[in-house]
Write a protein that binds this ligand. Structure first.
Ligand code: SF4
Length: 293
């Protein structure tokens, strides 16, 4: 493992409407899953060797100091620019160490990952959930393992991720699926969307949150189109014709797919609106705080 110097690791979020997170935490830089659509390759992030994973030097000491000095408790999100359960985490256990610090400092956590390694930390997540909100968002954009090998080539297979949801759900942890991006011309069909919802429900998920499309910019777009040309000949031409250099690349037939998604979620009893998901995983703690006050 190589290390990078870091001054700060737990920072305030600009947008608390995203799963109700108050802080962001990235212990690692880079990600080895090599998803072909990864936004973190964009120029604005200035990470050249993105598939190489570095850890922040003295991460746990910095996180411990920062949590102890924050006046406002809240939910710390991790998994935005790198997967906190990359393969190196199995050995280095920095995410696990950070979760323990969140537990001892009375913070909640929101984890986004594509790895079932998160189930290893169910004990710490339950310790956090004793006093603060916990949500795990497992990204599942398709249930087709062979398709996932093309679009998320080094990430654990969706079948393993769904198993991870199942284990966490049985442990009583608030868990669901993040179905985003839904790639136009590849995953934007009702069959794919309904299958993800049904599989998530079958695994015990409480919610599915969907992003109907993908965003593309500069270096990220170049990388994506090059990978499309390798694995999906002809599809990059469709993207160029339909989206040009546009940032928002929405699914075809949005209304029909969104209707199929909502009706599948309702049939399975899953939450799918952001405000309902936030309310469901946080409300118990807010009521306790109010009673205490
Ligand atoms: S898991 Fe996330 S950060 Fe890692 S390559 Fe995939 S999209 Fe990028």
């Amino acid at each position: 493992m190589e290390y990078l110097p870091a001054k700060s690791i737990v920072t305030r979020t600009k947008n608390t409407s995203w799963f109700g997170a108050d802080y962001n935490m990235n212990i690692y830089r880079g990600c080895s899953h090599r998803c072909i659509y990864c936004d973190s390759r964009s120029e604005c992030y200035r990470v050249d060797d993105f598939e190489r994973v570095y850890a922040k030097k003295d991460a746990l000491a910095i996180i411990g100091r920062e949590l102890a000095s924050k006046r406002k408790k809240g939910v710390v999100a991790t998994g935005a620019m790198s997967d906190p359960y990359n393969p190196q985490e199995e050995k280095y256990r920095l995410t696990r160490g950070a979760l323990k610090l969140l537990a001892s400092n009375w913070f909640g956590v929101g984890i986004a990952t594509k790895s079932a390694l998160v189930v290893r930390d169910a004990d710490v997540l339950n310790a956090i959930a004793d006093h603060a909100p916990v949500i795990v968002k497992m990204t599942v954009t398709t249930c087709d393992d062979m398709l996932a090998e093309k679009i998320e080539p080094y990430a654990p297979l969706p079948s393993a991720r769904l198993k991870g949801i199942e284990v966490l759900a049985k442990e009583g942890i608030f868990t669901g699926a993040l179905m985003m991006p839904v790639l136009p011309f590849i995953e934007d069909n009702a069959r794919n969307i309904v299958r993800v919802v049904e599989a998530a429900a079958g695994s015990g998920a409480r919610f599915v949150f969907a992003g109907m499309g993908v965003t593309l910019r500069d270096r990220q777009r170049d990388w994506f189109y090059a990978r499309l040309d390798e694995s999906f000949p002809g599809i990059s031409r469709n993207y160029k014709q339909r989206f040009g250099d546009g940032y928002q690349c929405g699914v075809r037939d949005y209304r029909k797919l969104q209707d199929a998604f909502i009706s599948a979620c309702q049939k399975q009893g899953l939450l799918y609106k952001m405000e309902d998901i936030i309310l469901a995983y946080k409300s118990k703690y807010e009521q306790t705080q109010l009673k205490f006050l």
